[in-house]
Design a protein around this ligand. Structure first.
Ligand code: NAP
Length: 238
């Protein structure tokens, strides 16, 4: 698929990986609609996508609002969902607040909502891209919740790939990526990213553009569906 002239809906498209995907799709000639919850992210996304960019407010957990928004935007050809969905529980599972564990699945519910409600509006040659993460297959200490969600997202992608044909769906699975998801700043941020990647083959955090290139790859390649593309600096191997 050539993104030029296609309509692309990017959920979580106002920050980090989603914003980079929105920008690369825009640069490739797609008509991009970026969506997320907060006005402040919308404002900073306009700095990147341009003041005229179509940026809308939507919570991926609000099914009624999503159904209405998709009906308004339909038909579309590309649906990217990079929304984190909500909070994520960290720490040892045996000490974890189980509501926090359960709440970490907000990402899966947001993805499920968008595939269920978005597919009927997607063109027959259209495609969906979701964003997973390396802990799905290699869980660092304290990442039991995130790993569980990632595993579920991977299984979900393969399961629905069969149902939505001829439309395609793929996952891009990042390693540690330097995005606003990490709140720390300055020296503390540098140390955190350095520590998190010290056992990876490529010992640095990835950039949002490196991950967005993976997203653009699975959009462009019509022979790829139901799979996961790892853009993770070799995080899975050591
Ligand atoms: N950064 C990493 O190291 C890393 C590693 C592996 C996987 N990932 C995955 O990559 C994806 C993108 O992460 P990121 O690092 O780019 O995060 P980010 O910079 O924090 O961006 C997250 C985006 O999701 C939106 N969002 C969150 N909850 C939402 C909701 N309920 N409804 C609508 N939009 C929502 C946010 O906007 P609002 O807050 O305005 O809604 C924002 O636009 C996530 O699925 C994350 O789990 C990231």
């Amino acid at each position: 698929m050539d993104p030029a002239g296609k309509r692309a809906v990017v959920l979580g498209g106002t920050s980090g990986i989603g914003l980079a995907a929105a920008r690369q799709l825009h640069d490739a000639g797609a008509e991009v609609i970026a969506l997320s919850r907060s006005a402040s992210n919308a404002a900073s996304a306009r700095e990147v996508l341009g003041q005229e960019a179509d940026i809308r407010q939507l919570d991926v957990l609000d099914r009624d609002a999503m159904a209405a928004t998709f009906a308004e935007l339909a038909p579309f050809d590309i649906l990217v969902n990079a929304a984190t969905g909500g909070g994520r529980a960290r720490g040892p599972f045996l000490e974890m607040d189980l509501d926090g564990y359960q709440g970490s699945f907000a990402k899966l519910w947001g993805y499920a909502n968008s595939v269920r409600l978005g597919t009927p509006h997607l063109s027959q040659e259209g495609c969906i891209v979701l964003v997973s993460g390396f802990p799905a297959r290699k869980c660092p200490p304290g990442y039991a919740a995130i790993s569980s969600v990632g595993g579920a997202v991977e299984a979900f992608c393969r399961a629905v790939a069969i149902e939505i044909m001829p439309r395609r769906i793929n996952l891009v699975s990042p390693g540690v990526i330097d995005t606003p998801m990490f709140a720390a700043q300055g020296k503390e941020r540098e140390q955190l990213l350095e520590q998190a990647t010290q056992n990876h083959l490529i010992k640095r955090a990835g950039t949002v553009d490196e991950v967005a290139q993976g997203i653009l790859f699975v959009i462009r390649n019509d022979f790829v569906t139901g799979t996961t593309v790892d853009v993770d600096g070799g995080a899975l191997l050591p």
